[in-house]
Write a protein that binds this ligand. Structure first.
Ligand code: NAP
Length: 444
């Protein structure tokens, strides 16, 4: 007897959701065409730029944190999904509009556009109890926004892939006195252009990719830019960008840094990152909880141990994102296709706890648990081995590491490099801004 094909819901039509949909569609012997729920009217997720901040005309929150002049901080040679290269004539570090065009064409060419339900917002995902503690699928409730009308619908699925991203809800650190600040206070989520900051004194808090990018963008127009952070000095910032220790406290007009120095800025921009947010999931009922690092326990950072037909794609940070999504999606589909038997739930939970324990014993902070960094390569390799699909080509790691090394040496010039792929394990620097006195930038 032919077994029934599985109906999979994909929540979110950003890069991770498109990747999930593309591969579900490709395994048509196992799956019905995917149903992709997208709350907005457009695909692309974080790569959709709008000058608006806060809420749109319909009172819906603006999810994207994209700013007008963003160029990628990884080259297109490793941003690409392994099965869908970028146009080689583009520069390596592309503007966000080229990323969106790439995702549009990925969706177009893989035939998934017709399966995206735009303006369908998922409100609730409930497991349907099956026999003997199993889940026999999921009921999804969604709000459908039409022109001038709203309706509520409910549908059943066999599996769910959560691909909702995590760069939307700002993390606001508990800095003493922050609420009393009477200058302009914003989070980098709401930064769009440098012009409104012309002639002003700006303090940026946090030296992640947003803090560093904003320092580079604001320094030509602002009167003064100070980057407050706790890491080693960022190399390659313009000379007029001052670097200061962490903020100790904030008063009405003044910010006080850890070394006791103080400043009266016009603007304070928190570039302090984002929080995970899953308002549509009954976490406790699923055996999951919000944690210091996001969400857990998850087997292999992607699967709910007690409900192994619920997957989270793209929760990890400090990774090469699209190749990472590709591996997570193929692993999740291998599980659903019965190609990758899972251990019992208790064992998967113990494995997740064990990983966290190891991370803490090695001196990692709990809140950094999902920041994979160098671990991302063994992680992706293991998913490929267990899931039975080809591993990432070696160039991905090599160019990623070469870029990281160049960025560490000079945040102002690393994007001047153009890489050229010569094969799965061969690449070269086609062009850069000149000799680098500290080495050739190859993988470390
Ligand atoms: P992020 O990577 O989470 O960085 C936030 C930074 O703020 C971290 O360094 C964090 O330090 C620091 N921080 C947190 N609380 C702080 C406090 N109280 N005082 C001082 N510093 C504090 O967030 P992000 O920079 O917004 O980047 C988010 C994502 O967007 C990343 O994936 C990034 O690659 C991407 N992005 C890309 C581009 C680009 O392509 N050009 C530009 C911007 C962002 P700890 O490390 O101690 O937690």
């Amino acid at each position: 007897m032919a077994s029934k094909k599985l109906r999979v819901a994909v929540i979110g039509a950003g890069a991770a959701g498109l990747c999930a949909a593309r591969h579900i569609l490709a395994y048509s012997e196992t799956f019905l065409p995917p149903v992709v729920f997208e709350a907005s009217g457009q695909l692309g997720g974080t790569w959709v730029y709008t000058e608006q901040t806060g809420e749109d005309e319909e009172g819906q929150p603006i999810c994207s944190s994209m700013y007008r002049d963003l160029r990628t901080n990884l080259p297109k040679e490793v941003m690409a999904f392994p099965d869908f290269p970028f146009d080689p004539s583009l520069p390596s570090f592309v503007h966000h509009s080229a990323m969106l065009a790439y995702l549009e064409s990925y969706a177009e060419q893989s035939g998934i556009k017709d399966h995206i339900r735009f303006r369908w917002q998922v409100d609730d995902v409930q497991p349907v109890p099956g026999e003997q503690d199993t889940t026999s699928g999921w009921d999804i409730k969604a709000t459908v926004r039409g022109s001038g009308s709203t309706r509520h619908v409910s549908e059943h699925f066999d599996a769910v892939m959560v691909c909702t991203g995590h760069y939307t809800i700002p993390w606001i650190p508990p800095i003493p006195g922050l609420d009393s600040f009477q200058g302009r206070l914003l989070h980098s989520h709401s930064y769009r252009l440098p012009e409104p900051f012309a002639g002003l004194t700006v303090v940026l808090v946090g030296a992640g990719p947003s803090g560093v990018d904003l320092a580079l963008q604001l320094s030509p127009v602002a009167a003064r830019v100070v980057l407050s952070h706790q890491g080693p000095p960022v190399r390659g910032l313009p000379e007029d960008v001052l670097q200061a220790p962490l903020l100790l406290k904030v008063t009405k007009e003044t910010v006080v840094f850890g070394d006791g120095s103080a400043l009266q800025p016009d603007v304070l921009i928190l570039c302090t990152g984002y929080r995970y947010h899953f308002p549509f999931l009954p976490l406790a009922q699923l055996g999951l909880q919000e944690t210091d690092y996001g969400l857990g326990p998850l087997y292999r950072h992607l699967l709910a141990p007690r409900h192994p037909s619920l997957f989270f794609i793209g929760l990890c940070q400090k990774i090469c994102p699209f190749p990472h999504f590709h591996c997570q999606v193929l692993f999740a589909l291998a599980v659903l296709r019965g190609r990758c038997p899972l251990p019992p739930a208790a064992e998967m939970e113990a494995d997740a706890q064990g990983q966290l324990g190891r991370h803490l014993r090695e001196g990692g902070l709990a809140r950094h648990f999902l920041m994979l960094k160098a671990q991302q390569w063994s992680y992706a390799e293991e998913l490929a081995r267990v899931g039975g699909f080809p591993p990432l080509p070696p160039v991905v790691r090599e160019i990623y590491e070469a870029t990281s090394a160049r960025r560490l040496r000079n945040v102002g010039t690393y994007r001047d490099t153009k890489y050229r792929l010569l094969g799965p394990d061969a690449w070269e620097v086609e062009w850069d801004s000149g000799p680098d006195p500290e080495g050739d930038g190859s993988a470390e």
